[in-house]
Design a protein around this ligand. Structure first.
Ligand code: NAD
Length: 316
C-alpha cells in the first residue's frame, strides 16, 4: 500500500517487515509508542490499547489506533485480523499496580497474553511477548542467564512468568512462532516510573534524590531505543520458543545513578538516604550473550549518553 518504503528510508531493522501488517498491543504506552514511531511510515502498523486518555498522542497520523482490551475477545479479534506480526506489550506494567489489583492484573498480563497467542493460531502470526527481568526474582548471581531459576516475587512477576512460559510453549503446543523478551530497567523519553525517571524529575525540580538503603543495589538500565531494536530483531529471527534478556550487561548502583543525575543539573541536588525497602531486589543485570548470539542484538547506548539525551530532549 501507499507509503511503504521501508527499504530505502526507514530505520535500521524495519525493512524485513516492509510487507507485513503489524499489531502493537499497548502501543500507546512508553515502549509501544517508540516502537510504532520507528515502524511508521514504512510498515503498516496498528495499535490496540485500552488507555482512555491521550491514546493518539505521539503516534503517527497513519497509524490505526483501536481502543480496546486484550482480554476482550471481540476487541482482540478486530485488532488481529490480517496481522502477520504482533508485538504484545499491553500489560499492567508496574509492580505496585499489580499489588493493588492482583486478580485483574493477572487477567491482563497472563490470560491476555494467552489470548493473543491463541488468536495467532488461526492466522499464522508471529508473536513477540514483553516479559520482564521480574521473572527472575532475587537472582542467585549476576549477570543473569536466561536459564536461571524463575522465582518471581510480585504479582507482576508471576503474571509475566506465565506470559513468558506460554510464549515459549505455544510453538510446541500449537505451532505458533513466539518469543519472550525479558526487559531489564527500560528508560527513555516519556517514561514516568522507576528510579531513573523519579531521580530525573526530582533533580529538575530541585528536590533531593531519595535513595532507599545505602544505594548499593545495582540495576541494568537499557534505553528504549535499544529495546525497540531488540523487538525488531525478535520479529525477524527464526528462533521460536525462546526467551531473551534485553539489557546492557552493565551494572549501575543506585548511588552511582544518583551521582550521574546530580551532574545533569547545574549546581547539583542533595541526595538523602531512607530506609531500605523490604521487597527490593539487590542486584539485577542481564547476561546478554544469548541475545547477542541468537538475535544479533546488542545494546548500543551507554547510560551516560542516554541520560544526556533525556536531559537535552524535548519529551523528558
Ligand atoms: P506502559 O504502561 O507505558 O504501556 C502499557 C500500555 O498497555 C498502556 O498504554 C496501557 O494503556 C496498555 N494496556 C494496559 N492494559 C491493557 C489491556 N488490558 N488491553 C489493552 N491495552 C492495555 O508500559 P511500558 O513501560 O511501555 O511497558 C511495555 C511492556 O514492557 C509491558 O508489558 C511491561 O510489563 C514490559 N516491561 C517494561 C519494562 C520497563 O522498564 N518499562 C520492564 C520490563 C518489562
Amino acid at each position: 500500500s501507499a507509503g511503504r518504503h521501508a527499504e530505502e528510508s526507514s530505520p535500521e531493522g524495519t525493512a524485513d517487515l516492509a510487507d507485513a501488517t503489524v499489531l502493537v498491543t499497548g502501543g500507546a504506552g512508553f515502549i509501544g509508542r517508540q516502537l510504532v514511531q520507528t515502524l511508521s511510515p514504512g510498515v503498516e502498523t496498528r495499535v490496540l490499547d485500552s488507555g482512555t486518555s491521550d491514546r493518539r498522542a505521539g503516534l503517527p497520523d497513519e497509524t490505526a489506533v483501536l481502543e480496546g482490551d486484550v482480554t476482550n475477545p471481540a476487541d482482540l479479534a478486530a485488532a488481529m485480523a490480517g496481522v502477520d506480526v504482533v508485538f504484545h506489550l499491553a500489560a499492567y506494567s508496574s509492580v505496585p499496580a499489580t499489588l493493588d489489583h492482583p486478580t485483574r492484573s493477572l487477567d491482563v498480563n497472563a490470560v491476555g497474553t494467552a489470548a493473543v497467542l491463541d488468536r495467532a493460531r488461526t492466522q499464522d502470526a508471529r508473536v513477540v511477548v514483553a516479559s520482564s527481568a521480574a521473572v527472575y526474582g532475587r537472582p542467585a548471581e549476576t549477570p543473569i542467564p536466561e536459564d536461571a531459576p524463575l522465582r518471581p516475587r510480585s504479582p507482576y512477576g508471576v503474571g509475566k512468568l506465565a506470559a513468558d512460559r506460554y510464549a515459549r510453549r505455544y510453538e510446541d503446543w500449537y505451532d505458533v512462532p513466539a518469543v519472550a523478551l525479558r526487559f531489564f530497567n527500560v528508560y527513555g523519553p516519556g517514561h514516568r516510573n522507576g528510579v531513573l525517571a523519579t531521580f530525573l524529575s526530582r533533580a529538575r525540580q530541585g528536590d533531593p534524590l531519595v535513595i532507599h538503603g545505602d544505594g548499593s543495589q545495582t540495576r541494568d538500565f537499557v534505553h528504549v531505543d535499544d529495546v525497540v531494536r531488540a523487538l525488531l530483531a525478535a520479529a525477524r529471527t527464526d528462533a521460536t520458543g525462546e526467551a531473551f534478556n534485553v539489557g546492557t550487561g552493565e551494572t549501575t548502583t543506585v548511588r552511582e545513578l544518583a551521582r550521574l543525575v546530580q551532574e545533569t543539573v547545574p549546581g547539583g541536588v542533595d541526595v538523602l538516604h531512607d530506609d531500605p525497602r523490604p521487597a527490593d531486589i539487590e542486584h539485577s543485570c542481564a547476561d546478554v550473550r544469548k541475545a547477542r548470539e541468537q538475535l544479533g542484538f546488542e545494546a548500543e547506548l551507554e547510560l551516560e549518553e542516554g541520560l544526556q539525551r533525556l536531559v537535552d530532549g524535548p519529551d523528558s
